[in-house]
Structure formats: C-alpha cells, structure tokens
Design a protein around this ligand. Structure first.
Ligand SMILES: [Zn+2]
Length: 847
C-alpha cells in the first residue's frame, strides 16, 4: 500500500472543517475565471491562486488545485493531478466532486465550452411524460440572469438577455461584492456563513458551461452553488465513513477504498411529522391567530431542532440538509453504525417527548435508505438511482406512520401504557386533560380566563414575540428571568428581535431569519433560516380575525386560503429524465421550491412587488392585510381580509408560473373560503382543505374560489359547487368580467371602503339565477338574459356609460357564462356595506 502523505502544503494536517471548506470552495476558480477576459490558466490554478491571495491556508486551497484527474502527458500534471499528491483527503473531495456532478458524463466529448452561457432554470427540464431513454421536454426553456440571490423575486427569462448578463463584466461586478463579503468572514470562515455567502453569489452561475449547439437540453441547469454544496455533503459523508470504518486511515493511502462505489456507505435520511394538521388547527378560537401562528412556528422549530440534533450527533455540516420545512426533512448521511445508532436514539427521544409532553398529538416518522456511490450516477434506464431512493424513502415513511410510537412502546412498554394523571379540567387550547393547567397572563378577548397546559402557555407567549422575530437563539442554559422561551427537550429556544437580547443568551446556535446579509452571520453558530412569516400587525401582535374582517373591502369577512404544488412526489421521482437525475439537480429543485414558499412568499404577500404587478381591484397600494399561518416547502395556509386573500391567490399563482418558467407540468392548486370572523377556526381549515380538494379534482392547476359547505344549487339531487376553475380560466374571469366591471361600472366609496356598482343588486341576482338555470338544466336562456340586460340598460347611470355596451356583450357571450356566478359573488362581496348581513334569506339563495 502507498504510504500516506500526511503533511501537505503549508505543513498542517487537515481537519474535518478544512475538508468541508475545501469542498465548498473547490470550484471557486470557475467564478474567478469567468470574470477575466483572458487567461491561460485552468480553473484549478486560478481558484487556488485566488484563495491564497485572500490569505486562505494551503490546506483549503489544495482542494481547489487538485480535484481532477489529469492525463500524465499534461505539462501541469504534477501540480494539478489529484493522484500525484497522495492524501486521503484530496481523494475524498475528488470522489465527492465526481458523484455530485453525475450530470456531466452524459455530454462527454460533445459540445464546446462557452464561458458566457447562462444558467437554465432547473424547472425547464421537468416533464411528467419522460419515457426511458426518450425524454419528453416541454420546450419551456428559461434562463437566469447573472446576479445575487439577495433581494427581490427573480424570474427566469429569455436566453439572449440572460446571456448578455453573463459576460466578464457581469461576472467581475458580482465577484467584487463576493470578495468583499468573503473577506469579512475571514479568518474563521465559518462553514455555515460560507454556505450563505456561496448561495447568495453562486446560485445563478452555471456549474459548467459546455453545450451543444441547437440542443437546449444540453444547457447547464445546475448552479455552481448546488454543485459545491452537494460536493461538500458527499465529502462529509465519505470522510466520516472512511474514518469510522478504516482503522488505518491515518497511516495509509486508501485509494481503492475511497473510490469504491459498490459499498452501501450512504444514507438518505427522511423525517416526517404526522398529526400536523390536527396539531395546528384543532384548537379553540381563544387567542386564535396568535396561537395558530405560534403552533405552526413551533412545528418549524421542532423540525429544525431534530435536524440540528441529527447533524450535531453525526458531526455533519448543514450542507448535508437536502430539504427541511413543513414538518418534513431530508438529509444525506454516512451509513456507519454510529450514525444508525444516532437515528435510533433520536427516534426514541423525540417521540418520547412528543408522547409525554405533547400528548401524542404529533409523531415523527424517521427512516433511512442505504445506498452505494453508484446510485449517485444517473442512468439511461430507471434503476436504483436517487429519484428511486427518494420514492422508496417516502413509502417507508408512510409505512412508519402507520405504526406510530411502536418503538417507544417496545422500548418501555410499562411506562408507555401507564395512564397519565387525569386533571379536573382540560386545556383551553389543545383540550388535553392530562396536564397541569396554568392561567394565562391575559386573555385576548378581555374578560374570559384562559387556563392552558404548560406547552400551550409557552407557545402562546411566544406568539407575542413572533411578529418581530429576527433571530431564534438555541441554548442549553435557561435564559435569564423575564425573557420568554420555549423548550424542546432540554434545549431552550428564544425569539429575539434585536442583538441586545441575543447577547444575554449564551446561545449555542442562532437562526437568522430571512437574511442574506453577511454581517448577520459573523456571530459563531449563526445559520440561515427562511420562514414564511409575512403578517399584519396591531400594536405588538397580530391583527385579530375581527379586525381583518372589519378592514376588508365591502363585506366584513375573512378569507382563508390553502395552496400547494401539484404532483410534487412525481416531480421528484419522475420529473427529470433518467439521465438527468443527479444529486445536485434534485437538491437544486428542492432548494428552489423552498425558496419560493418560505422566502419569496413574504414579498408576494406584501403586495407591492418590484418585479410583478399585484392584482388590485380597488385603488390603494398599501401592504396586504394577510397573515401567513403556515408555509411549508410546497404548501401554504393564509388568512386575511377576504379581498386581499382573493387577490393574493392570483399573485401567488402568477409568480409561481413565472418562477417555474411557465412549465405546464409544474403547477399549483388552491382553495379559498370567505367566512364570518366568528366561524370556528378548525372548521375554516377543513373548509379550505375541501376547497383545495375540489381544485385538485378539477385536474389540478386550479383554484376553487369562494367555496362554502352549502352547495350553490342541486342538479339531479346532487349538490353543485361552482367557482372551481383552471388558473387560465380564472384569469379569463378576471380579465373579461370582473376587472372591466370594477374599473368601468363602479364607483369606489372611499370612506366605506367598498364599491358601488352602477347596476342594481337585483340585476346581479338575476344574472346569477340565469347561470344557475343554465348549469342545472343545461339550457341557456338567452332570451331571458337579453331581456334582463335590456331592462338594466335603461338605468340612467348606464345609459350613457361607455363601458356598459362592451361589458353587456361579454355577459351575453356564451363563453363567459361559466364564470358569471363567481364574478357576481365577488362583485357582491365588494359592494356590501361592512356588517350588512349576507346571510339573510334573499342572498343566501345564491351566495
Ligand atoms: Zn394545551
């Protein structure tokens, strides 16, 4: 066996963190190189040179220099070749680089390098119709402009303008900001901060720029960031695995061992909480919105907590997180006995906690699939590739959920079945009867006393601080008196709005919420966390449902909306052609979705978009009156003033369509409900869920608007619900019927915040009645419609109105009749006088 070179350039031996940093920076030369017009050096030399210029120790820059296998005939072979400097560490990063970029060999020998190639949207190659060996592209090629991830929502666009941004000038201005922030992070160069920095600057840089003329599918769609991150994740696993399984790691060069791809040395770890819906929504309406937000936040925190525990005990960096959010997570881990043991332990600990402290309302299914290095490599025919493993993991998780708490019962059967001491009363929030109750500081409604269990109390108090949260500190010691905290097991979590509080906490880690500013990550233990947290405030807290209803346009109602991505599982397992299912690409896909639903969603909710035009039926351009209750990695639940919620659903769908490059196979569906603010919350959640189901039943890519549990009418004894449309139809409804009526046939009554239509309410009722007859009996009463329109035309307000004849024509147009009822519902709500009761006999017939 070759004797190992333990000492490398610089004379220091490598530690784990250097390897991860080295893996994260190994291709940084590509970024530097494209910023320079002329050079005759390789990206390896340029990268290593740049790192040394920044004062980075030789141990890290050596990975930038030596991560390829060069031909022995190459003049620079000895300086650059990974095998000519025998260290296990460089071989580990070399192998990780190859496994991460499994997408490359497919083009070997084909195409040519073109440095100014823009990055293609990762959604461009998605199709639900791929066949083995014969990908079925949808021809929706969209490209990203070069730039940083910071700031406003970015949409991919046309090739030529994207390409124009990718010249040396574009690269050098990006590089100079990168360099400035990079230098702020020195000399520690904390891995988590480096991850944020790299994501900020290299997410729109293609990892490679080789392409085949006339074949858009050959364009790069994996960013440098996703390549660097996955290389680091694989390198971390490989290092942990080799060190744990090879006792001679320090003495010998383990080339064959490191490059072995037949050995099941990796694990895809998945966690999925069940009981989420019930946990969040089945609460009393006392202190509703605050508690609701706090509970959904708790779930995010719990997910992060489990992820942090796993990574910490397995000794892995956050680069190994593939996805986290909405009570689910996926990680890449080494398949060693110590890591398998960690999973077992965490399973027992967390589920024990969930059972005893949270009364089994939530359960964590934790599973893993083991796999070999070969699985990283995509193949032409479906096989045990990563996408397949993903599917496998998901089905294991589903199975596990059906055996809830079985491990805990097996581990400790006696105490598990020991009934908890029943209390006299139940917790006012979660209705548990097995815990000691504590009166709350104050009740939101004023007079009522609220008695809750310990965990609900912590959540309730946390709710006060949430709207202003900037950091979440995680510490192992109890925070000083007066600072509210939340405990998960023996860990304390504190929500902070400023650094002053943070400084008092002795935090072991600090989650920085929704920030791209490097300055926020200088603190040790600082990590980035995206959180869909847009809200409307009143004093310190959230606006109540009552306030949201009162502030709505027209009727005093709240709107609730649920939305999620259609076919998400299929997109991950079969959305990419077999030959394209690489680790970096799957990671990029999941990262892009997370960023939309947890980061950009805040900007979309704000309703004052820089890069999109928010739908505004009434004039006035303030922030939207909505609060995100829950934003997972692909789904959403929001409440607000009904008119804002209705408009916002169109904004989200519109932005999502543009964000995914108009790919018809990547769609979103939603359901929206308008109700009285006093309506019980859990029922609203159910109703919105039903509405979403209706949208899915409509072949997805749909919205169900103004859904109620009461059918609009019956046909052949069956209940008929109207208001469910494909998004394209819903947009047609807006464009043809609603917008022209609002802008041309209505007056805005500013001090009442409502619209007054020039036609009568009675006329609206009649229009609704005509469409009902048409839907119920399949008969189109054109004469009746004509008569109704003619009668209304005599109205003096409409007689000389220029917009009326055109609108009338649209109403009479048979193509629009499907949309009429929903448009009328919308107009009616906009024109009501606040508290005017919409539930009286008259309107109940059609509303
Ligand atoms: Zn409780």
């Amino acid at each position: 066996m070759v004797k190992l070179l333990t000492q490398i350039q610089g004379g220091e031996s490598m530690n784990f963190s250097d390897i991860i940093k080295g893996a994260l920076l190994h291709d940084i030369g590509k970024f530097i190189m494209r910023a320079n017009k002329k050079n005759n050096k390789t990206h390896q030399e340029i990268g290593a040179g740049w790192l040394e210029e920044q004062g980075i120790a030789g141990t890290i820059s050596v990975f930038a220099l030596r991560h390829h296998h060069m031909s022995g005939k190459n003049a620079r072979h000895d300086q650059l070749d990974v095998f000519s400097l025998p260290t296990n560490e460089t071989l580990i990063v070399y192998e990780a680089d190859n496994l991460s970029s499994g997408e490359r060999p497919e083009k070997k020998g084909e195409g040519k390098w073109q440095a100014n190639t823009p990055l293609m949207s990762v959604f461009s190659k998605i199709s639900l119709e791929h066949k083995p060996g014969k990908p079925a592209y949808r021809n929706c090629w969209h490209y990203h402009d070069l730039g940083s991830s910071e700031g406003a929502l970015r949409f991919p666009g046309k090739h030529d303008s994207a390409q124009a941004s990718c010249g040396p000038d574009g690269y050098s201005s990006l590089l100079s900001s990168f360099k400035e922030e990079f230098n702020k992070l020195l000399p520690e160069l904390n891995i988590d901060a480096l991850l944020v920095l790299l994501e900020k600057y290299t997410s729109y840089i293609p990892s490679e720029t080789r392409l085949v003329e006339g074949k858009p599918e050959s364009f790069p769609d994996v960013s440098l960031f996703d390549h660097l991150k996955t290389t680091a994740a694989i390198a971390a696993c490989l290092y942990r695995y080799i060190k744990e399984t090879c006792p001679d790691y320090r003495e010998n060069l383990l080339k064959d061992k490191i490059l072995d791809r037949k050995d099941p040395r990796y694990m895809l770890v998945g966690g999925d909480f069940s009981g989420v819906q019930k946990f969040i929504y089945t609460i009393s309406s006392k202190g509703a919105l605050k508690t609701l937000r706090a509970r959904s936040f708790f779930l995010e925190l719990l997910t992060e907590h489990v992820v942090a525990e796993i990574l910490e005990r397995m000794n892995l960096p956050r680069a190994n997180i593939i996805y986290t959010g909405g009570g689910r997570f996926y990680l890449l881990a080494p398949n060693t006995s110590s890591c398998r043991e960690v999973l077992k332990q965490i399973d027992i600990e967390i589920n024990g906690l969930l059972y005893y402290t949270y009364h089994g309302q939530l359960y964590l299914a934790l599973e893993k699939v083991e796999f070999t290095g070969e699985a990283f490599m995509p193949r032409e025919r479906a096989g045990r590739d990563l996408a397949w493993l993903w599917g496998e993991l998901r089905s294991l998780l589903t199975k596990k959920k059906s055996r809830k708490f079985s491990e805990q019962i097996a581990a400790d059967p006696d105490s598990f079945w020991l009934p908890a001491e029943p209390g006299d009363k139940v917790c006012d929030f979660c209705h548990t009867d097995s815990a000691k109750l504590i009166p709350l500081r104050k009740s939101e409604e004023g007079e009522e006393t609220i008695e809750v269990c310990q965990s609900c109390r912590q959540l309730y108090e946390l709710g006060d601080d949430l709207p202003n949260a900037k950091y979440i500190a995680r510490s192992l010691v109890k925070p000083p008196q007066g600072i509210p905290y939340l405990t998960i097991g023996t860990t304390y979590y504190t929500v902070c709005s400023n650094e002053e509080v943070l400084d008092k906490l002795n935090a072991q880690a600090v989650y920085v919420l929704n920030s791209w500013s490097c300055d926020d990550y200088l603190r040790p233990g600082a990590v980035q966390l995206f959180i869909g947290a847009y809200t409307t405030r009143q004093d310190r807290g959230y606006k109540s449902f009552d306030t949201l209803a009162k502030e709505a346009a027209g009727a005093d109602r709240i709107g609730i909306m649920r939305m999620d991505v259609d076919n998400l599982g299929t997109i991950f397992t079969r959305g990419l052609p077999e030959s394209g299912r690489t680790f970096s690409r799957l990671t990029a896909l999941s990262r892009s979705l997370t960023q939309f639903f947890k980061f950009y969603i805040n900007e979309i909710c704000e309703g004052v978009g820089e890069n999109f035009s928010p739908l505004r039926l009434l004039s006035g351009k303030g922030r939207r009156n909505v609060t995100i209750v829950y934003a997972g990695g692909d789904d959403l639940f929001l409440v607000g003033a009904w008119n804002d919620v209705a408009e916002l659903s169109f904004d989200i769908a519109d932005c999502f369509r543009r964000y995914t490059g108009q790919n018809p196979d990547v769609t979103i569906s939603g359901g929206m409900v308008v109700q009285d603010a006093k309506y019980p919350l859990y029922k609203l959640a159910d109703l919105a869920g039903e509405a979403e189901e209706r949208a899915k039943d409509n072949g997805r890519d749909s919205i169900s608007l103004f859904y109620t549990s009461v059918p609009d009418f019956t046909r052949d004894g069956r209940p008929i619900f109207t208001g469910t449309f494909k998004w394209s139809e819903a947009n047609h409804l807006l464009k043809e019927l609603l917008t022209p009526a609002v802008s041309g046939l209505a007056k805005q009554i500013a001090d009442e915040n409502r619209l007054e239509f020039l036609f009568s309410k009675n006329f609206m009722h009649k229009l609704a009645a005509v469409t009902d007859i048409w839907r119920r009996e399949g008969k189109l009463y054109l004469p009746r419609l004509a008569y109704t329109l003619a009668r209304e035309s005599e109205h003096k307000e409409l007689k000389n109105n220029g917009a009326w004849p055109e609108w009338k024509q649209k109403i009479y147009d048979i193509k629009n009749i499907t949309y009429l009822r929903t448009a009328v519902t919308w107009m009616d709500l906009l024109s009501r006088r606040g508290a005017e009761d919409g539930r009286n006999e008259e309107s109940a017939k059609w509303r």
